[in-house]
Ligand binder design. Structure first.
Ligand SMILES: [Mg+2]
Length: 129
């Protein structure tokens, strides 16, 4: 099993949390002025896995090119994001997730653990699953 450290870039909005403007009308996990937010189901176990297995960056405006310039080889960089825009030129580094908009039955983060573990064990993390 490869133990080489890899970088995982986490997107927040609509990947790990769903933030809405205004006051919560139903259940929500936290609020801040003018907004309320719901955490994606299984986010705690997902983050526990992610911090154990990867170096973590939360860098919402990052692109894979930026990461390359900071000393990580693109063969060692993964990103999870609900949008593809930042990764157009480095699509192989992206594991795209369905946008989270509050569905309490969402299971995407459970599925991601298996996908990321498989990718992390390759010599090059890029490419199709
Ligand atoms: Mg997002």
């Amino acid at each position: 099993m490869l133990t080489k450290r890899r970088l995982l870039i986490l997107d927040l909005d609509e990947t790990l949390v769903y933030v809405r403007e205004g006051r919560a009308t139903g259940e929500c996990d936290f609020t801040f002025p003018g907004h309320h937010a719901v955490r994606r189901p299984h986010v705690d176990s997902f983050l526990e896995f992610a911090f154990r297995r990867f170096e973590i960056a939360v860098w919402s405006a990052a692109t894979a090119d930026d990461v390359d310039h900071r000393g990580w080889a693109l063969s060692d960089v993964l990103a999870i994001d609900d949008r593809t825009e930042s990764y157009r030129r480095n699509y192989g580094n992206l594991v795209r997730v369905a946008p989270f908009e509050g569905d309490p039955a969402d299971r995407q983060l459970l599925e991601l653990v298996d996908i990321l573990e498989r990718r992390a064990q390759r010599p090059d993390v890029r490419g199709p699953d």
